[in-house]
Each structure stands twice: as structure tokens, then as C-alpha cells.
Design a protein around this ligand. Structure first.
Ligand SMILES: Nc1ncnc2c1ncn2[C@@H]1O[C@H](COP(=O)(O)OP(=O)(O)OP(=O)(O)O)[C@@H](O)[C@H]1O
Length: 578
């Protein structure tokens, strides 16, 4: 059985910033310009201590001219710093938002194209969190913290250069006595943070997935008495989130050690600087520069270390997003030899030695050999759970066989590009997906976005004009949130009308099992009759009336298929209970 590559709960964070580089490439010009402005801003911050130092020297030397010039330079530097800080913040935000927008679009595109088996293997909430929650956190980081982090990093660098330039001796004291313990504290924080923040993100994702499931399973929960057990599960997962958040808070408090080191360093530097000045080996201005610059250095280290927590959260989110973008499981293998193929609009569909199983390793189907000639009209029947829907999805190319192949006019479906495949073979599932909007909005959800005239023509072709006219506002009738105002039969009618608009060579229809009222059933049968006149029709049939419409019957049993006697002349075998 082919393995579905699963996404990791705690996505690997190794080289995460290097892995994101390819996604930054399209924005490199904007990012480079932004970096220049950031550097200019950091330069103005780093220039302040030397200017104040020069002013102090001018005061000591009673040099009015030098003092005036320095004060003017200071004022210019302060104004420039404020302007450049705002500008760099704006540019960083803009560039960051653009990158995040791209990542969001890529994630949605990846999910939209991901193989069905990959999507089914993951909880909807987890995928949703990776594409919404994780991206939102990234966007927040980009908007709120990234500008500060970048400016602080550049300022730290330039300040360190200033320190060395003014007193290598004092710089040595800072570098040897204070920076190593500060870095050690930061490193131990980062290590703890990686686990704590990763654990918190995973725990929150689990709760998000369960909450999403609560909504989709609302009928089950309210009618089956499963609510207490479910709430117990929610409580357990919620407690895990609180425990994870506490771990994160403890790690965050540990960063305060860096502030203590900063205080001690400033006290020592002040004393040492004053002593050196008294000895005459350092000017007053230089001591002032040194004390101010080292304060900037430690402030930068302190602020930077706080932002590292945010950076860690963003890194975890980014890793989970990249895990989705890079997962081989989420990739539909590119069309191979038939990438440029232009198969005929009508042709034979074949299944040859097809076997397929889901995640638990038990094959649902094996050794399936079937051929559907152009214009064939086939009913697929079998007991519940025998594998009819699975066969339908395999024939439509939604699943790929674990062994064997399915071909259209001799070409393996996996070699056909997605758009070609969806034009050739259409699947109307048991539960037709309906989006919020009108009937016409829903019918337009097919390749080529057909206009009103085409939609109306398709409805006419299927003999559904009277049905559409009977709706309160015709084709403009609202269907409610995700089609809640439509019956199962009406959903299938929309699915059939969509299929008519696609005009596929093969239509696979998984008939709705829910009871359909006789009037709607009549419309469905009429539409099927119209559709099968022009193409190969494979219907996973649940109602005798449907089986009787079709010329051939294939029975699915014991994981394989057998040809049954021609339908029509006899009572039709429908879905039986095992
Ligand atoms: N996404 C899935 N993941 C794991 N197992 C699945 C999945 N979908 C179906 N199965 C299992 O595969 C088997 C065949 O299911 P399938 O839906 O194809 O049967 P069916 O004949 O169409 O049933 P029904 O008549 O009730 O629609 C069942 O045992 C089912 O539990």
C-alpha cells in the first residue's frame, strides 16, 4: 500500500530561515532597499553617543564653536533617526506583509491541489491552523516585532564598532566578563524556548482541530449522547494547552537574568571609566561615549532577547507552514510523459489490475479490471462499505491506485495534467459541495467560469428549467450557508448541472443515499438520462430506478468487481445491507 507522507505535529525547525529564502527571492529588491534604510537608521542611533561625547569634550575645553556645531549635529541626528526609524518600520512591514501574503497564497494553492488521500489523512483543523493561525502569527510578528528586531541587530553591530574605537580596554572587559554570561543565558533561553513554544503551538493546533470537529460533528454530538465524552476530551486538550503555556511563561521569565548582567556591567564600567579618567588615560568625552554606547549595547541585548521569544513563535509557525509547503505528501506528482497530451474528447476508460487501500494497510479494492467504452452506461452496486465510492474516486483520478493503473485512451491518469483530467472525467460526489451564494454562483464553479447564458443553457439541456423556475428566485435563489437550504437531491441536481457545463468524456456519479423525494428523484433521473446520451456514465447506484436506467451493472464485493447481468429487464439490485 502506498504510504501517505504525514505532516509532523512538531515541525522540524532546522535551517528554517534558510528554507524560507527561496520564498523571499521574488522580493529581493524591496528587501535590499529596506535593509539600506535600516542600516542608515541604525547608524544614526550609533552616532548619538560619539556626538554627546564630543559635546562633553567641547564643554570641558570651553570651545563654544565646537559645542554649537556638535549640538546642531546632534539635533540633525535625532531628527534623522526618528524619520529613518518610521520609514524603515514602514518598509519592513510592507516587505514582510508581501512575503506573508505570498506564503498564504502558496499554502492555499498547495491545499487546493493536494492529493485527496493526503487531505483525508489530516485533521481539517490542523491544516486550517497551518494556513490561517500560523500565517496570522507570522503576519503579526512581521508587523509588530520584525522592524524592532532588525533595527536592534544593526544598532548592536554599529555600537560594538563604536566601543572598540573608543576604548579597546573597556571593550575587552565587556566582551570577556559580561557578554559571555549574557550569551549563555540567551542560549539556554533559546533552547528551552524551542521546546516550549513548539509544544504550545502543537497543543493549540490540537484544540483548534477538535473545535473545528465539534462544529462539523454537531448532529452526532447532540443526538448520540456522546457530548460528555467529547467535552472530556476538549477539557483534557485544554489543560494540555494551559500546561504548555505555563512552560512557555517559565522560559520567558528566565530571560530576566540578562537584565541583571546588564546592571552589573554598567556599574563596573562606570567605576572603571571614572578611574581611567582620573588617571588621565581616557578623556571625559570618551568615558561619556563609552558609558552611553555600552548602555545602548545592553539595552539592545535586553530588547533583542525579549524579541527572540517572538522570533521563536514566528519560527515555529514558519516551520509548520514550510512543513506543509514542502511536504512531498501534499504534492500531486507533476504530469509526466503526457504533460502535453491532448486526449480525444470521448474515449475508453480502463482499470487494469487496480488495488487500493487507505491508511490502515487493509486493501479496500484489489485486482480490479474494468473497461468502459465511449457511451457506456454502467451502474456500480454493492453492499455498504464494499468500496463503490472508493472505486468512483479512483476512476475520476482523485486517488491513485497503489498498484495497477487507470487509463483514458491508453494514457495513465496520473500522467495527465490536473486541468486536462478534470475536463475529461467529472465526479459528482454523494455530498455535492455547495458554497454560500446563489444557485447560479454554485453552477459557475467549474473550469472556464461560464456566464449566465451558458448556465441557463445547461439547465435547459438537462430538462431542469421547470425545477429552476420553481425556486423562489429562479437561478438567483440563495442556497444558505454552504447550501443548508438545499435537499440532498437538489445538491445532486447542482452537481449534475455542473457536470453538464464541464461536458466531460466520463461522468462518475455517486448517487445520494439520503432519501430523495419523488419529485426531485424525477428531476435527477431526467438529468441523468440527458447526460448519458452524450458520454460514458458510471453511476454508483443506490436506487432501483437508477439501475434500471443503465445498460450494464458492475457489482463490488470482497474487494473486487464482477460483471452482473444487464440491468433494465429485471428488478435492480441496489445498495444492500451486509
Ligand atoms: N477516507 C477514508 N479513510 C479510511 N478508510 C476509508 C475512507 N473512505 C472509505 N474508507 C473505508 O473504505 C471502505 C470502502 O468505503 P466506500 O465508501 O468506498 O464504500 P461504499 O461501498 O461506497 O459505501 P456506501 O455504500 O456506504 O457509500 C470502507 O471500509 C470504509 O470504511
Amino acid at each position: 500500500m502506498a504510504e501517505t507522507v504525514m505532516l509532523a505535529e512538531q515541525a522540524p525547525e532546522k535551517h528554517v530561515f534558510r528554507r524560507v529564502l527561496p520564498y523571499l527571492r521574488p522580493h529581493r529588491a524591496a528587501l535590499a532597499g529596506t535593509l539600506l534604510v535600516v542600516l542608515a537608521c541604525a547608524a544614526t542611533v550609533a552616532a548619538l553617543p560619539p556626538l554627546v561625547g564630543r559635546a562633553a569634550d567641547a564643554i570641558v575645553a570651553r570651545d563654544r564653536g565646537a559645542l554649537t556645531a556638535t549640538v546642531i549635529a546632534l539635533a540633525v541626528a535625532v531628527v534623522a533617526q526618528i524619520g529613518l526609524a518610521r520609514w524603515s518600520e514602514l518598509l519592513l512591514m510592507r516587505a514582510g506583509e508581501r512575503v506573508v501574503r505570498d506564503l498564504r497564497e502558496r499554502a492555499v494553492e498547495r491545499l487546493a491541489h493536494a492529493p485527496l488521500r493526503f487531505l483525508e489523512a489530516h485533521r481539517t483543523g490542523d491544516l486550517l491552523r497551518r494556513t490561517t493561525g500560523e500565517v496570522a502569527e507570522l503576519a503579526l510578528f512581521v508587523r509588530r516585532d520584525l522592524p524592532n528586531l532588525v533595527v536592534i541587530s544593526a544598532t548592536l553591530l554599529l555600537t560594538a564598532v563604536t566601543l572598540v574605537a573608543y576604548s579597546w580596554l573597556l571593550t575587552l572587559v565587556v566582551a570577556v566578563v559580561f557578554v559571555p554570561p549574557a550569551l549563555l543565558a540567551l542560549r539556554s533561553f533559546r533552547r528551552g524556548a524551542e521546546e516550549a513554544f513548539g509544544g504550545q503551538a502543537a497543543a493549540e493546533a490540537t484544540v483548534a482541530a477538535t473545535l473545528t470537529e465539534t462544529l462539523t460533528a454537531r448532529e452526532l454530538l447532540q443526538t448520540s449522547g456522546a457530548l460528555p465524552a467529547w467535552l472530556g476530551r476538549v477539557r483534557r486538550e485544554n489543560r494540555a494547552v494551559v500546561a504548555a503555556a505555563r512552560r512557555t511563561a517559565r522560559v520567558e521569565v528566565s530571560i530576566e537574568v540578562v537584565s541583571l548582567i546588564e546592571g552589573a556591567a554598567l556599574a563596573v564600567l562606570l567605576g572603571l571609566g571614572a578611574w581611567l579618567a582620573a588617571q588621565g588615560s581616557l578623556g571625559i568625552g570618551a568615558v561619556v561615549v563609552f558609558v552611553l554606547a555600552s548602555r545602548t549595547l545592553f539595552e539592545g541585548l535586553g530588547d533583542g532577547s525579549q524579541l527572540i521569544g517572538e522570533l521563536q513563535t514566528a519560527r515555529t509557525g514558519l516551520a509548520r507552514l514550510l512543513d506543509l509547503l514542502e511536504s512531498p505528501g501534499a504534492h500531486r506528482a507533476d504530469a509526466g510523459a503526457a504533460a502535453d497530451a491532448d486526449p480525444p474528447p470521448r474515449g475508453e476508460l480502463r482499470a487494469e489490475g487496480v488495488a487500493f487501500g487507505y491508511l490502515d494497510g487493509t486493501p479496500v479494492l484489489r485486482g480490479v479490471d474494468l473497461a468502459f467504452a465511449p457511451g457506456d452506461r454502467v451502474a456500480v452496486v454493492g453492499v455498504t462499505g464494499s468500496g463503490k465510492t472508493t472505486l468512483g474516486k479512483l476512476l475520476a483520478g482523485l486517488y491513485r491506485p497503489d498498484t495497477g493503473r487507470i487509463t483514458y485512451c491508453g494514457t495513465d491518469l496520473r500522467e495527465l495534467p490536473g486541468p486536462v483530467l478534470s475536463r475529461l472525467i467529472a465526479l459528482v460526489p454523494q455530498e455535492v459541495h455547495i458554497v454560500t451564494g446563489s444557485v447560479a454562483d454554485n453552477l459557475a464553479l467549474v473550469p472556464g467560469s461560464p456566464g449566465r447564458a451558458e448556465i441557463a443553457a445547461a439547465v435547459d439541456r438537462l430538462g431542469l428549467r421547470a425545477w429552476a423556475d420553481g425556486l423562489p428566485d429562479g437561478l438567483d435563489t440563495g442556497v444558505g450557508v454552504r447550501g443548508e437550504r438545499l435537499s440532498a437531491g437538489e445538491r445532486q441536481l447542482i452537481g449534475l448541472a455542473r457536470a453538464a457545463l464541464i461536458d466531460p468524456a466520463v461522468l462518475v456519479l455517486d448517487e445520494a443515499t439520503a432519501d430523495i423525494d419523488p419529485a426531485t428523484a424525477g428531476w435527477v433521473e431526467r438529468a441523468i438520462g440527458e447526460l448519458c446520451a452524450e458520454r460514458t456514465l458510471v453511476v454508483i447506484a443506490h436506487r432501483p430506478a437508477t439501475v434500471e436506467l443503465l445498460a450494464r451493472t458492475v457489482r463490488v464485493a470482497d474487494g473486487t468487481t464482477t460483471e452482473a447481468a444487464a440491468a433494465g429487464a429485471r428488478p435492480a439490485p441496489t445498495t444492500e445491507r451486509p
